[in-house]
Design a protein around this ligand. Structure first.
Ligand SMILES: Nc1nc2c(c(=O)[nH]1)N[C@H]1C(S)=C(S)[C@@H](COP(=O)(O)OP(=O)(O)OC[C@H]3O[C@@H](n4cnc5c(=O)[nH]c(N)nc54)[C@H](O)[C@@H]3O)O[C@H]1N2
Ligand SMILES: Nc1nc2c(c(=O)[nH]1)N[C@H]1C(S)=C(S)[C@@H](COP(=O)(O)OP(=O)(O)OC[C@H]3O[C@@H](n4cnc5c(=O)[nH]c(N)nc54)[C@H](O)[C@@H]3O)O[C@H]1N2
Ligand SMILES: [Mo]
Length: 743
């Protein structure tokens, strides 16, 4: 069996950081690194984990180093590169090879005559976009996608542009990510955002972590978990895989621990739940707790349930009527394990529940989140110190982009404030989410695609359909830092608009600019790039949006030029439109920025009935035909979503390859497979379409029987377009029914 690591961080993390610093030619490295996540510096372009207030040492991690060296690389995807390769040729490159060409340096336009991208001026690019948009039959034929690295300032201008044009078609990466959390928590407690702050991590008696791999995806969270573990808090993990970062951690910036090779255990207990089994596991814990109530009065927070919540009796009746066998069968845990973990929950005065993609990317993603809220509500674990729900966000500003209005279903109050401030009538019809956008482009009902960052072609489900959808467009435009698949799978005409990265100095008419971002715990703070831009031709994202705005609306009502000349003016407009940003320009000067108030943290429930709601969702149907496996698609330690920094996955013991599928050793034996075999994965979606991914090597791993794991984006060809979460439309990236075929 493959030997995964039993601890994260340590010398491996340090060595790997050094490797990337060297590989990308990061000579002045330390100076830039020391400004990352520090007041006056720039925000790490990696994850959305917050920065601690007392910055004693530089706040960065191994994967932050990768995110930064990726941006500061000396490699360039310049006109010479595009001149020497046709687009058809580049289409044959894998994701690593595409992005590893380095930073884009100037605007490029696709020339269908030669099948090359050729250089073009900014003004020409803006004018072509404006002409294309003016030619559409309806504004709803345009799609405005956003990825979560976009700053508040750029996002605000971008949504303004789209709404002035007349559409709410703002699909974003959040649709594929924490949408289930937003929808679930919105119904339950009236907010889509987590209610805890970093200080709460210092006060929690127990921290539950569901479907999250912080060692790779939020490494700075390990610092917080390490501290919690050292002071005796219980850390409980639910994950089908034994993930190194959830087992133990050595902080690479703590010299004594490093010298002594001393790691801190992270999880005090670890439950290898079956893929998709969390709703059943949490409900089983709840059933256990409810059964104990008579013998142990006070086990529920009766006063809280009575005063603050709604729906408890109906929920209780449903839990009581669900047989134990069904719950245990679905989660794959034993009655004893459930008793044990329920006891940990009860004994803790204050509990935080964290989660990420292992919960949201299921058909029952919304129900998963609501069951966690149910668990927290039982003992009043919301709206007091050391307790609450904590959806751990992905992209560094995905939460802020939503706050700025990047959503296909804006609220009436937002739209009317926007209208009042800018003097126009905003569209009311809801727009398309990611899945809907793919469908309408494939059907020819949408003909223009603009991507503000991201990599729509690789990140989305049902790759064949998505690629047809993008190719079907009259025009595709991408604002990007690096070459990716979305540039080589393009519309009839196509533009690449290269932008500044977060670490780069952004000068506009009034001088050096800062942007702002909002982290996973609702802290809004400034980010000021310091590096010399990768090319003098790069524009900032706000300037690019303004450029399109000028070309499309030369006669107003927005003075794009002056807004983008001084980002303080954009922030003044944000302050006028969006509640919570009073004194915006002043408050971002404060160390660490400012906190956006979350009503649920104060037990103000902005739900339809004004209460915190228990949700009685039915258990999902997890039955599966014999011989099939449930595949979850995950990130390796060497990737940032669709950006592959390198092959291999150190913590899981994988070296130099990505087309591997992790399987239970017994299942492998049953299928007659060994680690030298090659298999094709075939998925079985409800729509009957055959979807296959060839060339995978089986790897025996500690994972429950019947479950499997492989990396995305390679596996996105397997996800059917209609395989998405109920209500949130999040693709079921963590639950794909597959069979394996030996090649
Ligand atoms: N370095 C790096 N950092 C990142 C990213 C990156 O790609 N690279 N991506 C960023 C983004 S956008 C996001 S959203 C986050 C993602 O952060 P994560 O959600 O941690 O990312 P995944 O790799 O999708 O990992 C999901 C975890 O859930 C587990 N899992 C899968 N299915 C189930 C299930 O049914 N039940 C349970 N209990 N567990 C399950 C998997 O084993 C895995 O450990 O990270 C962000 N940070
Ligand atoms: N099967 C499967 N699919 C998934 C997931 C999964 O777990 N499984 N996870 C989903 C999740 S959680 C997410 S969030 C999405 C992510 O989907 P996206 O956000 O669309 O994808 P990324 O890979 O983060 O985007 C990478 C590209 O962003 C561009 N870029 C990088 N930095 C910047 C910048 O500062 N500005 C601009 N304008 N561009 C920049 C670069 O050109 C790079 O090629 O993928 C989803 N897809
Ligand atoms: Mo994400």
């Amino acid at each position: 069996m493959t030997k995964p690591k039993d601890s994260a961080g340590g010398w491996g993390a340090l060595n790997s950081s050094m490797h990337f610093l060297r590989r990308e030619g990061f000579l002045k490295g330390n100076a830039t690194l020391l400004r990352m996540n520090k007041p006056g510096g720039f925000d790490c372009p990696g994850c959305a984990w917050p920065d601690p207030k007392n910055h004693s040492v530089a706040e960065f991690c191994e994967n932050g180093v990768k995110a930064l060296t990726y941006e500061t690389t000396h490699k360039r995807a310049d006109p010479a590169l595009f001149a020497s390769h046709t687009v058809s040729e580049m289409r044959g490159w894998d994701d690593f090879t595409l992005e590893n060409t380095g930073r884009l340096t100037q605007p490029m336009a696709y020339d269908s005559g030669t099948d090359h991208y050729v250089g073009i001026s900014w003004e020409e690019a803006f004018s072509r976009i404006a002409t294309q948009l003016q030619s559409l039959g309806s504004p709803d034929e345009a799609i405005f996608y956003t990825s979560g690295r976009t700053s508040n300032e750029a996002a605000f201008l971008y949504q303004l542009l789209g709404r002035l044009y007349g559409t709410n078609n703002f699909p974003d990466c959040s649709n594929m990510c924490h949408e289930s959390s937003g929808v679930g928590m919105g119904e339950s407690i009236g907010t889509g955002k987590g209610t805890v702050s970093l200080e709460d991590f210092e006060k929690a008696d127990a921290i539950f972590i569901f479907g999250q791999n912080p060692g790779t995806n939020h490494p700075r969270m390990l610092t917080e978990l390490q501290r919690a573990s050292k002071r005796g808090a219980k850390i409980v993990s639910f994950n089908p895989l034994k993930e190194s970062g959830l087992l133990a951690f050595t902080h690479p910036q703590h010299p004594v621990d490093m010298l002594l090779n001393r790691s801190t255990p992270i999880s005090s207990s670890y439950y290898q739940v079956s893929v998709g089994g969390d709703l059943a596991a949490v409900r089983a814990m709840i059933k256990h707790i409810l059964e104990l109530e008579e013998s142990r009065p006070g086990i529920l927070d009766r006063a809280f349930i009575g005063e603050q919540t709604h729906g408890f009796d109906a929920f209780r009746a449903m839990v009581e009527s669900t047989p134990w066998e069904e719950l245990l069968g679905q989660c794959g845990l034993s009655r004893e394990e459930i008793g044990e973990v329920a006891e940990t929950y009860i004994r803790a005065e204050s509990v935080i529940c964290c989660w990420a993609m292992g919960l949201t990317q299921h058909r029952h993603g919304v129900a998963n989140i609501q069951e966690i809220v149910n668990l927290l509500l039982l003992r009043g674990n919301i709206g007091r110190p050391g307790a609450g729900p904590c959806p751990v966000r992905g992209h560094s500003n995905v939460q802020g982009d939503r706050t700025m209005g990047i959503t296909e279903f804006p609220t009436e109050s937002f739209l009317s404030a926007l209208e009042k401030n800018f003097g126009f009538t905003a569209p009311r019809k809801h727009g398309y989410s990611v899945i809907h956008a793919i469908k309408v482009m494939a059907e020819g009902k949408a003909r223009f695609f603009l991507g503000m960052g991201g990599n729509f072609a690789s990140a989305t489900p049902d790759s064949d359909l998505t690629w047809r959808a993008l190719s079907n467009c009259d025009m595709t435009v991408h604002v990007s830092t690096h070459l990716n698949r979305s540039h080589v799978i393009h519309g009839k005409s196509a533009l690449i608009l290269p932008c500044l990265g977060r670490s780069e100095a952004d000068y506009q008419a009034s001088g050096r600019q800062s942007v702002t971002v909002e982290d996973s715990m609702s802290m809004v703070h400034a980010s000021t790039g310091i590096n010399k831009p990768a090319s003098p031709e790069l524009w900032s994202e706000p300037a690019i949006v303004a450029g399109i705005g000028r070309a499309l609306f030369p006669d107003g009502p927005v003075d794009w030029e002056s807004l983008v000349g001084d980002y303080d003016l954009i922030r003044k407009r944000i302050e006028a439109v969006i509640p919570g940003f009073d004194g915006y320009n002043e408050r971002i000067k404060e160390r660490g920025g400012f906190h956006l108030r979350n009503p649920a943290s104060y037990r103000e429930w902005r739900t339809a009935n004004g209460k915190a709601n228990f949700s009685a969702n039915p258990l999902p149907d997890l039955s599966i035909a014999p011989g099939r496996l449930r595949l979850m698609t995950v990130r390796s330690h060497n990737q940032y979503n669709t950006t592959v920094y390198d092959y291999g996955d150190r913590y899981r013991g994988i070296d130099g390859e990505r087309r591997v599928i992790f399987l239970n050793a017994e299942d492998m034996r049953g299928l007659g497979l060994d680690e030298g075999a090659r298999v094709t994965l075939q998925s079985h979606s409800g729509d009957g379409v055959v979807r296959r991914a060839p060339g995978f090597r089986p790897v025996a791993y500690s994972i429950p029987r019947g479950c499997a794991a492989a990396y995305f984006p390679e596996t996105n060809v397997l996800v059917g377009i209609d395989d998405h979460a109920l209500k949130s439309f999040t693709p079921m990236s963590k639950y794909i029914e597959i069979t394996l075929e030996r090649e």
